[in-house]
Design a protein around this ligand. Structure first.
Ligand code: MG
Length: 307
């Protein structure tokens, strides 16, 4: 059940992908037993990883010092995406409570955002933190469309936007032309923000792509052209390496896109993948949240440090 899994491995589409992995490195299943895994986040100082099991209303904790998995938080308010801020604190999206929170070093949970202009958010999905301290998150409606991953409820905002919370706490819409904004991540120099749109989940003609925006010094976005369209399933969550490649979830595993958006290779996973993050002391290990399981694989690239 654990260990190296048959049917996984690297698929080279463009020759340049061969330099991105170690030939004899294998995909390992670290744990299984979740219903829907999402939002992996690595904590460097503690050498552990947290991730969401959304329908089971819990956050799980993988301890890399001994390989054990335990429950970090339950109930988790059907948490989804996570990140760490510049002080190493956990920042979480919660479906049930329709908010973004931060867990302080003392363990106390602070609400970062739960409404915009007096109307409740839908169900924050994924989140990243800029080095200026601002917090950026997507707010599709998955957590209020059904009870499985949250609680069915009408949308008060009536649309699915991307938001930025400035360091003083003000919240603003930074993108309002998405169907279902989902994963997001900055380029290594933070001059660009990539955002996935998974609108195809509720419209067969809907988007299943990642768009690229320029990030202004004032915290606004411009541009927003389609950067890459998914060829298998959809792009949910993703992270970048230091060379600007995107490692993104897809139906058949993890897709690697070059800095121009071309699919150059895959890491095959036997389950639907929702999200990934880099971890380990050198950030050369990709952790993969794939439906019931947590996987990892060592790569010959290094992730952009989230902190
Ligand atoms: Mg997501």
């Amino acid at each position: 059940m654990f260990g190296v899994i048959e049917g996984t491995g690297f698929e080279v589409i463009e020759p340049e992908f061969e330099a991105c992995f170690v030939g004899h490195a294998r995909v390992e299943r670290l744990w299984t037993g979740a219903r829907w895994s999402e939002g992996p986040v690595w904590f460097a100082a503690g050498q552990y990883l947290l991730w969401s099991d959304i329908p089971n209303n819990r956050i799980l904790r993988y301890d890399d010092t001994d390989g054990s998995v335990s429950t970090f938080r339950q109930p988790s308010n059907n948490s989804n995406g996570h990140t760490v801020d510049r002080e190493g604190r956990l920042v979480s999206c919660e479906h049930l409570t329709r908010r973004v929170t931060r867990t302080g070093h003392d363990g106390r949970v602070t609400v970062i955002a739960d409404a915009h202009e007096g109307r409740r958010l839908n169900s924050p999905n994924d989140v990243v933190v800029h080095s200026d301290g601002s917090i950026w998150f997507t707010d599709p409606s998955y957590g209020i469309l059904m009870d499985y991953e949250g609680a069915r409820a009408p949308s008060e905002i009536g649309a699915c936007h991307v938001y930025r919370v400035d360091p003083s706490g003000g919240i603003s819409v930074v993108a309002d032309d998405y169907v279902k904004p989902n994963g997001l991540a900055f380029s290594p120099d933070e001059s660009q923000l990539f955002i996935a749109d998974t609108g195809i989940t509720h419209d067969p003609d809907g988007p299943r792509h990642i768009r690229r925006h320029k990030v202004g010094a004032d915290g606004t976005l411009s541009g927003g052209e389609v950067f890459a369209t998914c060829t298998e399933g959809l792009f949910d969550g993703f992270r970048l390496d230091t060379e600007g490649r995107i490692w993104t979830s897809a139906a058949d595993g993890v897709h690697c896109l070059d800095p121009q958006g071309n699919l150059i290779g895959k890491v095959r996973i036997p389950e639907l993948v929702a999200n990934v993050c880099f971890g380990g002391p050198k950030l050369n290990r990709l952790f993969i949240a794939g439906t019931t399981s947590l996987y990892s694989v060592f790569l010959n690239v290094n992730g952009v440090s989230p902190v």
